[in-house]
Write a protein of this length. Structure first.
Length: 618
């Protein structure tokens, strides 16, 4: 069957631009069938959803490689899976690592990206699709905190800085405690959670949420009401907090800078009225003890706004700013927001760093792909991917307008050449030619087709199919009715089967071809009105749907044609997305001097435009 996978085209482009050679991704092994397990079995073993297992495979290079099975239903070595679950602490049943009574993270390191820290256990990982954007951001920001909240060596010699036991993690704009709850998930009772919120109702919800967590996990907490920027009730923790984590309110266009012009919190300069986020950044930094780390979300404009240039200069020059991370659109409590994360650290008796880690993840199509583990961030910083991360010398940042946008420093240093682009373009041209040759030619029937139809209700009564609830675990070959108006599909036996399911229809393969059923069901289902909140047909509506009554051999002919066209459509969609990415990279290469503007085309594009117009007329 003719297919081209997006991952194949994309990885080819990535490897070409980085001069890498393709590597095999499947290890050939022999094992008894009983020692192998599917993704669904791994999910049941670990106590998580199947979507979480799919995320582990994509995001963790150390996840066991496929042992057997098929691309749609891969199998893995049970021994390797159990070892990986224990090593990473991904399973609440299997995890034995960690040293705290609550099973939360062990405390040892001092650096946000330090190596050699012990493994730790976490609560069962649920599917990332179940998290709100704010919760997803909270997991990401919390993962950037150092693995240790212990005071630095000889800290007790500094009588001007009070110790707190347990160490304090503070959020001066805590809203409903989403960030603090994520901190509790990671550190448990080994830290004290402190927050302040201007909205009294949100502060009450924060107290209620932390109170419930305190009952089950013995978490110490303290929540205050009021504007911590103008009426700071967290003064006890100035210069004494082990960590500060904050997503400031982004609805402030200005702040009354004149009221607090003489405040000692403005270590790096008095923020302009147009820079409220720089006020929040310094407010967070002021609460840090030596070696303390602050993780603060800011908008992209704060990274470049001229009025904040002097403060950005001071942050870089002092060594307080350690990392800037550009996130994909859609993360955070504000819908469709674009955020950057600043990681700051108060120096303590060590030479200040002469670089700032610039990490650009804004190009990720799925916010769930952003790392939410400290080890994953260390891998990014130490990796050899110039299109994602680069340690930028402070002197380079201090040039011109002190821009702190990672895109300026990361993507501009991708080592590509005109030959790289020529190879990728040539490969895409060959793929398009190959796909053109694969476009099918269908013939008209010899006689007019008049089908006799049978309803799903009748098929269910005779045992040809069975309509199950959405909680049913689908198997390969089942028919999946989807939510939100999405078309029905045939289950493939992978983790993606569990996304947006309204009903599962078990198909008797001896009597029905599932792809034949889907092909004719789509048209009939689209003609029926949908009135429920799921945006999907209910069971009674589904039972009224009809398909032609045909012999199984004829069904399979229709099913083969539908499957072929569906694969071709998926291939064209994937190739179009990849081609768009290549064009974007080519435009960037033109603007950075990698390519010259003179070019030649294999054919005139007018013909392609005319063809597109003809397609629209159809």
């Amino acid at each position: 069957m003719y297919t081209v996978k997006l991952c194949t085209v994309t990885s080819m482009f990535t490897r070409t631009c980085r001069n890498e050679r393709p590597t095999d991704t499947v290890t050939n092994m022999t094992s008894d069938q009983h020692d192998q397990m599917t993704a669904a079995e791994i999910a049941r073993l670990a106590g998580v959803g199947r979507a979480a297992v799919s995320n582990w495979r994509r995001r963790y290079p150390g996840f066991p490689q496929q042992l057997g099975g098929t691309p749609q239903r891969p199998t893995f070595s049970r021994k390797e899976v159990e070892a990986w679950l224990k090593e990473t602490g991904k399973s609440d049943q299997l995890a034995t690592a960690g040293s705290t009574e609550t099973g939360t993270q062990s405390i040892s390191d001092l650096s946000p990206f330090a190596s050699g820290g012990p493994s730790y256990t976490r609560e069962p990982e649920h599917g990332l699709a179940d998290l709100t954007p704010g919760q997803l951001l909270a997991r990401v920001m919390t993962s950037l905190l150092p693995q240790s909240t212990a005071p630095p060596p000889n800290h007790s010699d500094d009588t001007d800085v009070p110790d707190t036991d347990p160490p304090v993690v503070l959020d001066p704009a805590c809203a409903e405690a989403t960030l603090l709850m994520a901190v509790a998930d990671r550190f448990g009772s080994s830290v004290k959670l402190v927050g302040q919120e201007i909205d009294e109702l949100a502060a009450a919800k924060a107290k209620a949420a932390l109170h419930l967590r305190s009952d089950t996990q013995s978490v110490k907490y303290e929540i205050h009401s009021g504007d911590s920027l103008l009426d700071n009730q967290l003064g006890t923790y100035l210069g004494a907090s082990a960590a500060v984590i904050c997503e400031p309110p982004f609805d402030l266009l200005q702040w009354p800078a004149t009221k607090l012009a003489d405040d000692q919190r403005w270590t790096f300069g008095i923020p302009s009225p147009r820079d409220p986020e720089l006020a929040w950044v310094q407010h967070c930094y002021a609460h840090l003890r030596p070696h303390g780390v602050a993780v603060v979300a800011v908008s992209p404009r704060t990274c470049i706004q001229p009025s904040g240039q002097s403060i950005r200069t001071a942050l870089v020059r002092s060594g307080a700013l350690r990392s800037v991370i550009a996130l994909p659109t859609g993360m955070g409590s504000t819908p469709d927001s674009s955020l950057h994360i600043w990681v700051l650290r108060r120096p303590y008796g060590t030479p200040t760093p002469d670089t700032v880690d610039m990490i650009d993840l804004s190009g990720l199509s799925d916010p769930a792909d952003v790392p939410d583990g400290n080890a994953a961030w260390r891998d990014i910083v130490r990796g050899d991917s110039p299109a994602v991360s680069r340690a930028v010398p402070c002197q380079e940042l201090l040039d011109d307008d002190v821009s702190l946008l990672p895109s300026r420093y990361v993507s501009a240093h991708v080592e590509t050449s005109p030959d790289d682009f020529a190879r990728v373009t040539g490969r895409l041209r060959a793929l398009y030619t190959h796909i053109g040759q694969g476009l099918p030619n269908f013939t008209a029937p010899n006689t007019q087709v008049r089908h006799m139809y049978v309803s799903f209700a009748e098929l269910e009564r005779t045992g040809a199919l069975k309509i199950r609830s959405r909680e049913t675990t689908p198997s390969a070959g089942d028919l999946l009715m989807r939510t939100l108006g999405r078309p029905p599909v045939v289950a493939t036996g992978t983790a993606e089967d569990g996304i947006g399911v309204a009903q599962v229809v078990e198909i008797n393969a001896d009597r029905l071809d599932p792809h034949f059923v889907v092909a004719f069901l789509q048209a009939d289902a689209q003609a029926l009105p949908v009135a429920n909140t799921l945006g999907a047909l209910n069971r009674e509506d589904l039972r009224r749907c009809r398909i032609p009554r045909l012999p199984l051999a004829e069904q399979r002919r229709y099913g083969d044609a539908f499957r072929y066209l569906q694969q071709l459509q998926d291939t064209l969609t994937a190739l179009a997305k990849t081609s768009s990415h290549v064009i974007d990279q080519t435009l960037h290469a033109l603007t950075t001097g990698v390519l010259a503007p003179g070019f030649s085309a294999a054919r005139d594009t007018d013909g392609a435009i005319a063809t597109d117009n003809e397609t629209r007329e159809l």
